[in-house]
Design a protein around this ligand. Structure first.
Ligand SMILES: *[C@@H]1O[C@H](CO)[C@@H](O)[C@H](O)[C@H]1NC(C)=O
Ligand SMILES: *[C@@H]1O[C@H](CO)[C@@H](O)[C@H](O)[C@H]1NC(C)=O
Ligand SMILES: *[C@@H]1O[C@H](CO)[C@@H](O)[C@H](O)[C@H]1NC(C)=O
Ligand SMILES: *[C@@H]1O[C@H](CO)[C@@H](O)[C@H](O)[C@H]1NC(C)=O
Ligand SMILES: *[C@@H]1O[C@H](CO)[C@@H](O)[C@H](O)[C@H]1NC(C)=O
Ligand SMILES: *[C@@H]1O[C@H](CO)[C@@H](O)[C@H](O)[C@H]1NC(C)=O
Ligand SMILES: *[C@@H]1O[C@H](CO)[C@@H](O)[C@H](O)[C@H]1NC(C)=O
Length: 406
């Protein structure tokens, strides 16, 4: 009490008010995020004869330029679906020898100068497995049907881009529907799970749509392989971390974000990452009520990557050098015990991002700040009022006492 009474206005209260106002101003009056990178997208760059009249060939190159450097995104569906993220200087160009690429030759694609960093995510295999005991876990004992995405016939249904956004929709029959996005600013994705992206990341959304059930209790899983331009050394491994978020405003019901970080990313914030919310939607109208969970296995090292990745952009870029790079993989399985298996709706989704640096961090939204402001503000006002009341009363008493003494 004494401490409060010694000052006429309490600086700490003033301070809190100023900070709250400042935070509110920052979020409420946010100007539309300014362009962080300028995008230039090209379909099948440099491909003439081979690509003419052939709509089945899809390789999209996006140069995302900032003032200081360029991040190249490549969405490649000529082999196993592969997403490349490469950080280079602004001068670097991406070249493709199409005749060689079509024959899966080593080093059929290259950059005009060695990139500062590259990260690739390969969709290596898709599994439908029999979950006889409803454990929602894919393990070696499971009865599995394997889809090799290299054999899929791709049908590109949409490709659209300007300097702010790039988007593509591409399907394998009516079974596997892919949607890819690249962005120029930091913002939330348009559809659930509304992942927070930046201009350093590209998003992939996959729908497993009405696929013929091959088992009584079918579930799906996907095998992702990661290739980074970091050397493979003993003990260097990808790390799976789970972040909790304070609010679930953007992804109702889901408070968790899973980050899979390369050693470079978690030690120097200069590496590759994959990020997703552990949620899968089981209906085209995505909502909490139509969601289930996902589970991932621990990343493991891929043996003889140059052989394992023959039919991917990774081999096209690195060839036998792949054997000296860090290449790991993990499985992500969709569903959770007692959710009725894939057959309940014959629909399930996965949305993830791959990017360079560190995954963007969710900031508290204006809504949360106002709620928190009211929650802290009202008790604070009551507290301050009662302190002032007590102080004033005490002062009056003292004055009276001093007057009496005189
Ligand atoms: C592609 O199609 C156009 C029109 O259908 C035709 O004139 C052209 O010769 C075709 N090109 C090749 C390489 O087949
Ligand atoms: C799928 O492609 C692989 C080569 O990537 C080939 O060995 C296999 O026979 C193909 N399977 C089918 C069903 O076409
Ligand atoms: C490709 O997709 C479009 C729209 O989704 C569809 O109209 C077309 O028939 C498909 N083509 C093939 C070859 O499957
Ligand atoms: C799902 O596929 C079956 C054939 O396998 C077809 O008869 C049915 O109409 C499809 N359902 C939807 C919603 O597309
Ligand atoms: C899902 O597909 C299977 C056939 O693959 C069918 O027997 C089942 O009824 C379908 N489920 C729903 C909810 O449509
Ligand atoms: C994914 O699961 C399959 C089937 O159980 C297994 O053979 C494979 O090694 C797993 N892949 C990774 C990268 O863990
Ligand atoms: C985004 O990429 C740039 C390189 O152009 C890097 O300096 C920056 O740290 C990255 N951002 C994040 C959040 O990692």
């Amino acid at each position: 009490m004494k401490m409060f009474c010694q000052h006429k206005t309490n600086p700490s209260i003033l301070g809190v008010t100023v900070v709250l106002l400042f935070l509110l101003r920052g979020t409420l009056c946010d100007e539309p995020s300014k362009l962080q990178r300028k995008l230039t997208a090209r379909l099948n760059p440099g491909c003439r004869d081979i690509c003419e009249n052939n709509t089945a060939i899809t390789l999209v190159h996006i140069a995302a330029e900032s003032e200081t450097d360029t991040i190249h995104y490549v969405w490649d569906f000529t082999g196993k679906p592969t997403i490349l993220v490469a950080l280079t200087s602004k001068r670097a160009e991406f070249h493709i020898d199409w005749a060689k690429l079509m024959e899966s030759n080593a080093e059929s694609v290259h950059f005009s100068e060695v990139p500062q960093y590259t990260f690739m995510a390969v969709i290596n295999r898709i599994f439908q497995y029999d979950d006889a005991n409803d454990r929602a876990m894919l393990d070696d004992g499971s009865n599995v049907f394997v889809y090799d995405p290299h054999n899929f016939t791709w049908n590109r249904s949409l490709l659209w881009s300007n300097e702010k956004d790039a988007m593509m929709a591409i399907n394998a029959g009516d079974d596997f529907l892919f949607k890819l996005n690249a962005y120029s600013t930091k913002d939330h994705g348009m559809n659930f799970p509304h992942l927070l992206h930046s201009s350093n990341s590209t998003q992939i959304d996959i729908v497993f749509n009405n696929i013929t059930n091959r088992f009584v209790n079918p579930r799906f899983a996907i095998e992702l392989l990661f290739v980074v331009s970091e050397q493979a050394v003993v003990g260097s491994e990808f790390e799976v971390t789970k972040r909790k978020t304070l609010d679930d405003e953007h992804t109702p019901g889901i408070f968790e974000i899973v980050d899979v970080l390369s050693p470079g990313a978690f030690t120097f914030s200069a590496g590759g990452f994959i990020e997703y919310r552990p949620v899968s939607y089981t209906h085209p109208e995505r909502d909490v009520a139509t969601s289930t969970e996902t589970r991932q296995s621990q990343p493991v090292t891929v043996q003889s990557p140059a052989a394992a990745l023959q039919t991917t952009l990774a081999y096209a870029l690195y060839g036998s050098k792949l054997d000296s790079l860090l290449v790991q993989g993990m499985n992500v399985s969709f569903g959770v015990s007692e959710d009725g298996f894939y057959r309940k709706t014959n629909y399930t989704t996965m949305t993830f991002q791959v990017g360079y640096g560190m995954p963007p961090v969710e900031e508290l939204s204006a809504f949360v700040l106002i709620v928190a402001g009211i929650g802290i503000g009202i008790p604070l006002v009551v507290l301050v009022a009662s302190v002032i009341y007590v102080c004033v009363k005490k002062f009056r008493n003292q004055d009276r006492f001093q007057l009496q003494r005189l």
